[in-house]
Design a protein around this ligand. Structure first.
Ligand code: SAH
Length: 393
């Protein structure tokens, strides 16, 4: 097997089970590994420390195992998927009669860096973020059917936009198994059309489930603005929670179409809802002060650390507008899903926005991603979703 040897001292993070090797930590490469191949990692003292998928880029190896005697074969994938499934079953996320939408594999959080699998009813949507996971996609699909064949029939592969294009992998989206067109999934009793063919991510933002559910409890009697609505997840929960009116806004016309479709699916002919395709900043500027509850769930403003300053400015500007317009006694649900923005960074941006608006603001809840998006304690970077629920006097 090809192997890489680390520079002296660069094994420290691996000794603490952090699952990445950065290219700058490598002293030499023995052999000529192809992208996506499994390589062994050795310390400068020539001791084995881990093995994982090789890739050209800043993260050179994504660790699959710290055990030299653990082969990366079909049984390895089956065991890892079984562990992921058993964990979710043991905490009550799978097999609920009112919910068949959840994340089965969350990359590093499930010791499977580079792999995401979301379950929508009887369909699994699989996404590779590394060349290594792309190359073994069929083996993973087989393993997935072994573990979950009793509850899924279809596996859709959706990696056209998530793989490094320089690796010349030419991934094609399509079914690896089955081929269902039944794309209605259930989340806590609400129905959603999941657009795995063209939608963002795997077709739905599964990570907001618990936060949407919390919002439902605040919706009664309130007028709601769901900004950056995408598929209308928060809107549908607000309606079930008894909101007096719900306005959904997204700059994408396709998102507005999906939102309207999902609202109709659950609340046909309900006149409380309206959706607008418009830029968030423009809408917030021109709207009045009619909303008691505002949700701000923008796309990641910072995809990389270099973009951090601009991102924080973006969060500040956005939140100021909401603070200025929300009704007295209003509730603001505000989020950041940028991995590069820490909880403290985000809180500071929102704090600054509150101060600029001069409103009195209290934190009611501090939110994060749900348990089916676990964070490996050795990989704190896995914690990406941050949210605050605020009471604005
Ligand atoms: N809240 C959603 C997920 C939001 S994803 C959910 O629970 O599923 C972010 C959304 O922001 C995308 O749908 C994207 O189209 C939209 N968006 C991006 N830039 C925008 C802008 N400037 N104004 C309004 N919407 C925007």
């Amino acid at each position: 097997m090809n192997c890489v040897q680390l520079k002296s001292g660069k094994e420290e993070s691996l000794k603490r089970f952090h699952p990445w090797v950065f290219s700058g930590a490598i002293a030499r490469i023995n052999g000529n590994p192809e992208e996506g191949e499994v390589v062994e990692i050795y310390t400068s003292q020539r001791e084995f420390i881990a093995k994982g998928h090789w890739q050209i880029g800043s993260i050179a190896v994504r660790v699959l195992t710290f055990r030299q005697d653990e082969a990366i074969d079909a049984d390895f994938w089956r065991r890892r998927l079984q562990t992921a499934y058993d964990m979710r079953r043991s905490i009550g996320i799978c097999q609920r009669p009112d919910n068949n939408t959840y994340r089965l594999v969350h990359g590093e959080g499930d010791n499977l860096p580079g792999l995401v699998i979301d379950i929508y009813g009887r369909t699994a949507v699989m996404q590779a973020h590394s060349a290594g996971m792309h190359l073994v996609r069929m083996t993973i699909a087989e393993a997935l059917l072994e573990v979950m064949g009793h509850c899924i029939d279809n596996i859709y592969y959706k990696s056209e936009t998530t793989l490094p294009f320089k690796a010349d992998l030419y991934p094609e989206n399509g079914f690896l198994k089955g081929g269902s067109t039944d794309n209605v999934a259930l989340e806590y009793g609400l129905k959603f059309h999941i657009d795995w063919l063209k939608g963002q991510k795997t077709g739905f933002f599964v990570d907001q489930r618990e936060n949407r559910s919390l919002l439902e409890r605040y919706a009664a009697g309130r007028s709601v603005l769901n900004m950056f609505c995408y598929t209308g997840g928060f809107s549908v929960y607000a309606m079930r929670g008894g909101a007096t009116l719900v306005h959904s806004v997204d700059s994408s016309a396709k998102a507005i179409e999906l939102t309207n479709q999902n609202v109709r699916l659950n609340f046909a002919d309900d006149t409380r809802h309206a959706a607008y395709a418009e830029d968030a900043f423009k809408y917030l500027d021109r709207m009045g002060d009619q909303y008691d509850l505002i949700i701000l769930d923008p796309p990641a403003f910072a995809k990389h650390r270099d973009a951090l300053r601009n991102a924080l400015q973006g969060y500040r500007k956005l939140n100021v507008k909401a603070f200025e317009k929300i009704k007295p006694g209003g509730i603001l649900f505000t989020f950041s899903c940028s991995q590069a923005v820490s909880k403290e960074n985000f809180r500071t941006a929102v704090f600054t926005a509150a101060a600029m608006s001069g409103r009195s603001v209290r934190i009611l809840h501090q939110l994060t991603q749900p348990a089916d998006h676990p964070v490996s304690i050795y990989h704190p970077e896995g914690e990406y979703l941050k949210g605050l629920v605020l009471y604005v006097e």
